[in-house]
Design a protein around this ligand. Sequence first.
Ligand code: GUN
Length: 283
Amino acid sequence: MTAQLISGKQISEEIRGGLRKEVEQLLSQGLTPGLAVVLVGEDPASQVYVRNKEKACQDLGFYSEVHRLPASTSEEDLLVLVDKLNHQDSIHGILVQLPLPQHIHEKSVIDAISVKKDVDGFHPVNVGNLMIGDDSLLPCTPAGVIELIKRAGIDISGKHAVVIGRSNIVGKPVSLLLQRENATVTMCHSRTANMKELTKQADILVVAIGRANFVDASFVKPGAVVIDVGMNRLDNGKLAGDVDFESVKEISGPITPVPGGVGPMTITMLMMNTVLAAKRLKG
Ligand code: GUN
């Protein structure tokens, strides 16, 4: 049996259709959502991500600025730029693309971004608000995972969700969001003993461990929902998820592909966060 495919591409298009209408309305009220993206250095994957964000802004009618800075940029100069963007009225969202060159402390830069313009949801205040369930700008990939599951018509409440991976960007926040949706959540990571015993109990399995094709059919309960957050570049240049899609789809329930699953949702959530930040800043 082959599982139902959850198309992040299609669901993203649906959400962006709604966003486009909302932006038209905001434009007519004199509010143009503005996003600034800062890229330091020439990491090839980051360049692609930044270009895609720029295209999404153009497509939705946002104002956008992309600041491409050399890898030699000092932390001080980057902080000066962040401060300028914090005070710039045409900008409602600021995203500094990670990873940064080694001589720049990521934490210092994230901490410097205005909490209200932190459309990545990485600032400690937004992370804390997520933890205690207060209103905050949510990190884009975890928010995209939840939106994808809901819009695929899957009920999260009461389900056992197992998350593989404990990163600050995906594993930890997606666990909190699943819990907020009333799932019972188990977290696994690279040091988990007997991982398969746990993953085989999952009604919903979210995989964000950063290892190509790590999860095969032996990890999965028949009929389970499988969400693959992995984006691994193979030696042959192809993109692979953390899930061995071909074997898992034979026994799983609804499953996301890579590419075309979680990836498009991340950018869509960034666009949603920028609209939300613009509305909140305008008051
Ligand atoms: N690099 C990889 N993913 C992300 C992300 O979601 N936000 C930022 N700022 N950088 C990233």
